[in-house]
Design a protein around this ligand. Structure first.
Ligand code: NAG
Ligand code: NAG
Length: 401
């Protein structure tokens, strides 16, 4: 028997012992115990490497619903009564080495007070913008539509004096339709002239209005947008590039020139991001061949990582759509390497989410018959809300440093 202790101390001793035990085990059990404040992303924190985890308990509700006034009908999957919206929003992206926080709209807009954010590129950036506007609106019910300076769509948040808008420039560079003037009747009905060194008008004049810019281009660089009869023809310094170059070399020239333009036109104090491709998920055929994306859960890791699986899932003719996305990503990374443009690599995390496109729920009776399924854009609320969380966290992190 130990020496008799005065009884009032017993509970205290037991408590201290338990506390020590707990402290000890929690330090030992987690390899991350050394890491300081997990909520502060460090430069080495890679938000793009992780996995989707389903929250089967009570997943946090999306920040907005079908009543958000900034929706685009075809992506308003709640209103269009898409199946599985609950399941789509029950998955959470969990980065491997850091914590991705959900955007806190009042806090974020307070940080951005008197600053503006611009998206430039194709409809996937518009998809991104709509998710962003709907989330931010929850902090300012007075938010109103804003469309100026070449913007296609946007909103002004008066409580914080913040504007967030999208400039549509699908190739980033200027391009225009030139019908065939003369010559023998051939296959070619005309050309699209692309000036690889001239930014499209829609964003050429935004000046210093924006404090944060997010660029993209990608899915227009293909034969389904510009087939043989109406090809892209590339010009530089006002003259045709000779010998004529193929589409991918044209894209390379555009990317290089746009990166130079962005560097010259916008001072380093402006935060610049380039978001990479989000993949399309047409299964069993492309968009015009009854390709389908009716899945009820994300793809498994093994389904997207092995090349032969990629072919199986994404294109029966072994010309995988996501290989294309990866190819373009390589060109984009090469072009912006060494610049002040930060990469938002949304490709990998989005690749899993074959289940989260509007598919056949497009809000219009004949849309599927005419256009096929939409396995390229994303349901809102849905995956783009994760893009928003990543962007908000990256902006916060960049402004702090
Ligand atoms: C609103 O923000 C702009 C910068 O985007 C600034 O020039 C202007 O002075 C601000 N207005 C007010 C009322 O603070
Ligand atoms: C797509 O499906 C429709 C109806 O099932 C069919 O008539 C058509 O031939 C299909 N098209 C292709 C390219 O498979």
């Amino acid at each position: 028997m130990p020496p008799k202790l005065p009884s009032p101390f017993y509970p205290l001793i037991v408590f201290l012992a338990l506390a020590l035990l707990f402290l000890h085990s929690s330090l030992l059990s987690s390899p991350n115990a050394q890491r300081k404040d997990l909520s502060r992303p460090t430069p080495s924190c890679d938000l793009f490497n992780g996995r989707w985890v389903q929250d089967l308990g009570k997943p946090p509700r999306p920040l907005y619903d079908e009543t958000c006034p900034f929706h685009r009908n075809a992506w308003n999957c709640l209103r269009n009564q898409r199946d599985n919206m609950g399941a789509i929003n029950s998955w959470k992206w969990v980065p491997r080495d850091c914590v991705l926080e959900r955007i806190d709209p009042p806090r974020f807009l307070t940080l951005m007070r008197n600053r503006n954010i611009g998206f430039v590129g194709d409809s996937l950036n518009e998809n991104f913008l709509v998710a962003f506007l709907c989330a931010l609106r929850t902090a300012d019910s007075e938010a109103k539509k804003w469309k100026r300076k070449g913007a296609w769509r946007g909103a002004y948040f008066p409580k914080f004096n913040v504007t967030v808008a999208y400039h549509r420039a699908v190739l980033l560079a200027k391009y225009e339709w030139k019908p065939r003037q003369s010559g023998p009747d051939g296959e070619v009905k005309g050309i699209y002239r692309v000036d690889v060194d001239v930014p499209a008008d829609d964003w050429a004049h935004i000046g210093d209005f924006y404090h944060v810019l997010i660029f993209n281009t990608g899915h227009w660089w293909g034969p389904d947008k510009f087939p043989k009869e109406t090809p892209l023809v590339f010009y530089q310094e006002g003259k045709p590039i000779l010998p004529a170059v193929e589409m991918l070399d044209g894209l390379k020239a555009v990317l290089q020139n746009m990166a130079i333009h962005i560097h010259r036109a916008f001072p380093n104090s402006i935060l610049k991001f380039w978001r990479l491709q989000s993949p399309r998920h047409f299964h069993g055929g492309d968009w015009n061949q009854n390709g389908s994306c009716i899945f009820n859960k994300p793809l498994e890791e093994s389904e997207i990582l092995r090349p032969e699986q990629l072919d199986m899932w994404f294109d029966p003719s072994n010309d995988g759509i996501n290989k294309e996305a990866r190819l373009l990503n390589g060109l984009i990374k090469d072009a912006i390497q060494g610049s002040h443009i930060r990469v938002l690599d949304l490709t990998h995390l989005s690749e899993f989410r074959a289940d989260a496109h509007p598919a056949i729920w497009l809000g219009k009776k004949d849309a599927v018959q005419v256009w096929g399924q939409d396995c390229m854009h994303w349901c809102l609320p849905g995956v783009p809300d994760t893009w928003v969380d990543i962007l908000a966290q990256s902006i916060r992190h960049s402004l702090r440093n």
